[in-house]
Design a protein. Structure first.
Length: 697
């Protein structure tokens, strides 16, 4: 047999089996096009001139390239394996009719080689055609102002050819190996494998519930976002394993229970539906589990990325309660004296907050901008651990369950900045006002805080809503979650704050006595955009020229908003790509499942019509069976999303996103849109199923 004959047979097979080969080629083409586009965009961003936030965008795009490449390759392997199983009988017939395995292997080679060449060429063609459009979309979303050019990337072409050339080569090798391992008689009878009634594996069903329960428990009970990052992937693995086990064994166990219910089972529709589903679950459980997992992944990716992109202003507002934020180190008098002794110099003067205000006001005047809504405050922040009996010690080793965030501020500054008519009452000597997030400290009790003994007065709740108070309740509490305890302590004056800081440092062990006071000067700024930008960019130099020491932070909301908009827009962009790939994979698995079940069920329903069921009753049975199987994965995916919501919300808090209402809305909208798309897929694929069962009408 010559090569021309093998190619001819391969072309003829592709043409005759277009209902399976064409979707394979279409899905492979789409996957390759998406990979080529994301790779091209990553290359162009990497080679572009520098712009603010470029590194974070490059990192996000690089992760997207890896995920898209791995998933695209995995889907090609999955669909190819499905095609081989669907064609087992055909391959067996080739052997029965006299073709040797090496001849059949050559036909398989040419089939997949032609499909591979077409898919790679078409994928790169569509990728080149649409990659510029997608790049411009990313530039628009990220709001890149720098000059960024786009061209056809030779690096992307070479990488795409290499990666997917190897993928198709590996699939060809796998097909040949599969053919050589199978005997012709096995290939012919492969359709009948699994026709025995499956046994209910109760141990696996119980294990499925244990895995799901453990995954759900981790997702719901994990309070700290820091722990959530570590435990999230464990929860994902447990839920994935539980989903597979549930569909493979739990579904059969449930159907067995329905079968034992005589009143339910001995009904003409239920009898056929339960029996049919029981047989098909053994063969299609993995496909249904994959549909459920992919549906869950699509919903999580889309809802989280949309939430981040839509809530970027909330994130920046939480980080910057004012437009501009400056911060300075303020060593206590004792700390300044020690530093001077060690350096052999005179003790430096304390920070002059009035000099800071004058320097910033003069700088604003030079740039013709207006300063308003000023807030200045001294504070000391430390991390402690609760050691019992209202004792909080300096944390020497990190223990999440004992973590306590301590923020110490000055009462008189609060009273000056507060917009309340009623100010915070003065305290007796040795007393402090306190806000305890856990509400475990009672009014009048004595606590030991990092070596300092304090008598506490619990802050009245009617002070909590004040804007200055809300600023004092640092975002760390929200980010670290409700499981992390926070203490907000108000001392009477700056002198008391210094004394308290020295007392903490003196009580700390060697190497831990380095707590420092910070001075924050925050304000809003108004003016034309160019003037405000010049003012913000040169503010640090202005403070340095004014001789103000220990400048640690000079930041502004505008710059950070550009950074986070770029990062979150790129995450949203990648989420669209990955979500599209997952959705395409879901549709493909559903389509092939409907085809395989259509061919399996055609003979069964012909028998039902021969033994007395009319066409209307048969169609009713088919519809019931398809609906129950088809919508089971999306129902379970919705349950997964419900339990995953708490842990995903806490992970988003690490990125600064704490707008729970927005996340709930995005999640619900994502579920509704996906359910509508899922219903459309059902409508289209059910039509394919009916045509296979009934033939062309």
């Amino acid at each position: 047999m010559n090569k021309r004959l093998y190619r001819s047979l391969a072309k003829n097979n592709i043409r005759k089996n277009k209902s399976t080969f064409y979707p394979f080629a279409l899905s492979a083409t789409t996957m390759i096009a998406l990979f080529f586009m994301i790779f091209s965009i990553w290359v162009q961003v990497s080679e572009s001139s520098g712009f603010y936030g470029m590194r974070s965008i490059q990192w996000v795009l690089k992760i997207g390239v890896l995920v898209c490449g791995i998933f695209a390759a995995g889907m090609i392997f999955y669909t190819n394996r499905f095609l081989m199983k669907q064609r087992s009988k055909e391959l067996g017939l080739y052997s029965i009719l006299g073709m040797e395995k090496k001849h059949v292997a050559k036909v398989l080679f040419w089939e997949l080689a032609m499909l591979g060449v077409f898919s790679i060429a078409a994928g790169m063609g569509f990728g080149i055609l649409f990659s510029r459009l997608m790049f411009l979309l990313l530039v628009k979303m990220v709001k890149i102002n720098a000059a960024v050019s786009f061209g056809i990337s030779g690096r992307a072409i070479g990488c795409t050819l290499l990666v997917f050339g190897l993928v198709f080569a590996a699939n060809i090798a796998g097909n040949v190996l599969y053919l050589h391992r199978m005997k012709p008689i096995d290939l012919l009878k492969s359709e009948n494998y699994g026709e025995r009634e499956p046994k209910a594996k109760w141990l696996q069903a119980i294990l499925a519930l244990v895995c799901l329960g453990a995954g759900y428990w981790i997702a719901v009970t994990t309070e700290s976002p820091l722990q959530a990052i570590n435990l999230f992937f464990l929860a994902v693995i447990l839920v994935m394993a539980g989903t597979h086990l549930l569909f493979m064994s739990g579904s059969v166990a449930l159907l067995k229970l329905l079968k034992k219910n005589k009143r339910y089972y001995f009904h003409k529709t239920h009898f056929i539906t339960v029996s049919g589903m029981m047989y098909r679950m053994k063969r299609n459980a993995a496909g249904l589990a994959n549909i459920c997992i992919l549906s869950t992944a699509v919903l999580i990716i889309v809802s989280t990325t949309i939430s981040l992109y839509a809530g970027v202003r909330d994130v920046v507002a939480g980080m910057y309660p004012r437009d501009v934020q400056t911060e300075f180190q303020c060593p206590t008098k004792l700390q300044r004296q020690k530093l001077a002794e060690e350096a052999g110099t005179e003790t430096e003067a304390a920070l002059d907050e009035e000099a800071v205000a004058r320097a910033i006001a003069g700088h604003a005047k030079r740039h013709a901008v207006r300063i308003s809504n000023v807030c200045s405050r001294f504070r000391m922040f430390t991390i402690a651990e609760e050691t019992g009996n209202h004792t909080f010690s300096d944390m020497k080793e990190y223990h999440q369950d004992k973590l306590v965030l301590v923020n110490v501020v000055i009462q008189e500054e609060y009273n000056i900045g507060s917009d309340r008519i009623e100010k915070m009452p003065e305290l007796s000597k040795g007393e402090v006002w306190i806000w305890d997030s856990m509400e475990q400290v009672s009014d009048g009790e004595e606590i030991t805080l990092c070596g300092a003994k304090l008598r506490v007065r619990v802050m009245p709740q009617d002070f909590y809503g004040d804007k200055v108070m809300q600023m004092s309740m640092k975002q760390e509490y929200a980010v670290l979650g409700s499981g992390t305890r926070g203490l907000l302590v108000f001392v009477p004056s700056r002198q008391e704050l210094e004394r308290f800081t020295d007392q903490i440092n003196a009580a700390a062990q060697e190497g831990h006595g380095n707590q420092e006071i910070k001075y924050e000067y925050l304000f809003d700024v108004d003016g034309d955009e160019a003037s405000v930008e010049k003012f913000c960019d040169s503010l640090r130099d202005c403070l340095n020229r004014a001789g103000i020491l220990h400048v640690t932070t000079v930041g502004n909301r505008f710059r950070e908003q550009d950074y986070f908009e770029g990062m979150y827009a790129s995450i949203f962009f990648i989420g669209l790509f990955i979500g599209t790939m997952f959705l395409l994979a879901t549709v493909l698995i559903i389509y092939y499942k409907q085809i395989s079940e259509g061919f399996e069920d055609r003979g069964r329903f012909e028998i039902l019509q021969k033994v007395g069921m009319d066409r209307r009753e048969v169609k009713k049975v088919i519809t019931t069976q398809i609906l129950q199987v088809f919508f089971l994965p999306i129902l379970l995916a919705s349950v997964h999303i419900g339990f995953a919501f708490p842990i995903v919300r806490r992970i988003l808090a690490i990125l600064g996103f704490i707008n729970v209402r927005l996340f709930v809305g995005c999640t619900l909208v994502s579920i509704l849109v996906f359910a509508a798309a899922y219903g459309a897929v059902y409508y289209l694929t059910a039509g394919v199923y009916y045509r296979i069962v009934y033939g062309k009408q």
